[in-house]
Structures are given as C-alpha cells and as structure tokens.
Design a binder for this molecule. Sequence first.
Ligand SMILES: O=c1ccn([C@@H]2O[C@H](COP(=O)(O)O)[C@@H](O)[C@H]2O)c(=O)[nH]1
Length: 236
Amino acid sequence: MTVTDAKVIIALDFDTEEQVFDLVERLDPKTCRLKVGKELFTRFGPAIVKRLVSSGFDVFLDLKFHDIPNTVAKACLAAADLGVWMVNVHASGGPKMLEHTQNQLSQLSHAPKLIAVTVLTSMDQSQLDSVVGNTTLNQQVLKLATITRNAGLDGVVCSAQEASMLKRALGKSFELVTPGIRPLGANQDDQSRIVTPSQAIVDGVDYMVVGRPITKAEDPVAALTAINQEIAAAMH
Ligand SMILES: O=c1ccn([C@@H]2O[C@H](COP(=O)(O)O)[C@@H](O)[C@H]2O)c(=O)[nH]1
C-alpha cells in the first residue's frame, strides 16, 4: 500500500550500494518514490529492490521489458513478486504483448501499475528520423500511447513536452510518467526533451522521474526539497 502522494520518483542510478543507501537513509518515503533502473538491477539484482521496498518506499522497477508476450508477462509477474509499485515495458512491443501482460497482472490481488515507454526522452526529431521515418515526435508518442491505453495499461513514459497533448487525447486518468525533468539552470546531460518541474505540473504530468539533478547535487535532500516546493507552488 502506498504511503505518499509524492510526484517525484528519484532515479537511483548509482554504481555502489553504499551510494544508494547513503541517500535513501536520508529520505522520507512520504516525500518521494524511488526508481531502480538497469544499472542498479544488473549490479545488485532483486535483493536491492526488496530492501528498498521493505524500507517503506514505493519502488518503480524501470527495466523497460521488450520481448515476446509470454516472456514480458512472466518478467512483469516476477517484478510483482518483489512488491514493486510500478513496472514498465516498451509500447513498441505491440498490442498483443501489452494486452497479454496487462491481463496476467490484473489477475493478481496486488498488481503493480503497468506503464509503457513511448519515445525515450533522450531522443529528438533527428534521432527519431533515423529509426522511424515519416513521423513527428508528437505523432509517434501519440500512436504508442494510444495502443497502450487501448490495451488497458495504467499509462505511459513520455516527455512532459507531450503531456498536455496526451491528456487531451487520452483522458485525465491515463497516467503520464515523465523523465527529462530539469529545474531551471540544471545540466541537460543526455536528455533532449526536457521540462522544468513547474511546467510539468501545469501540463498535467502525474509523476516526474528525476535522477542527476538530485543524485549529483551537493545536497541531494535539499535539491529534492526545492523540487517539491516548486511542484507545490505550481499546483496552487
Ligand atoms: O524515456 C526515458 C525513459 C527512462 N528514463 C530514465 O529516467 C532517468 C532519468 O535520469 P536523469 O538523471 O534525470 O536524466 C534515468 O534513469 C533514465 O534511464 C529516461 O531518462 N527517459
């Protein structure tokens, strides 16, 4: 059961457990959620996920599964066994994979939220052109988000730049999880489609993933507090 209505999901992209728990021990599960991605999971496996879940945090297992329907559904069921709050797949795996995975999870008494990645926030129009021709970023995101909504998933990963378009097209209850969040003046790093926390709120995002602006800050707890204050101000 979730203990928070926090919108910030901190991406724990660290390469040692010490770094992870130095930060996590200073955080309150009421003020943020946590994300375990490919780096942390590949180094430390299910054990670190279970430890974070048992510390009282909502954990998003961000492994972006992309495979045939049976394989993805089984992987998501394994994620559910870890007690995670949210898990994700790639929408480009197609409607059958999305529907099968959603059906399997919905048979659980405590299923995690299932969301699908549309177009990675590191990609700009020219990157997209080199992979998929004849479409704009907005068109591709809308197409993948529409098949995700039609398959019954809870929402998508997209950029906050697409949030108002998706809320208009797919409805308020279809959840938007947005990486590529950068407070004013923050380093853009390898992200292309960036948005500030306050603009993301104005545009209707449900959750924002924030990694380096918090984890690389001199004082990560102060950086989180500043982002939460910016969000609170934008909500009023
Ligand atoms: O489209 C996507 C999907 C996932 N991510 C992940 O979010 C964080 C962002 O970290 P920052 O340090 O705030 O850039 C990272 O773990 C990515 O794997 C994404 O950025 N874009």
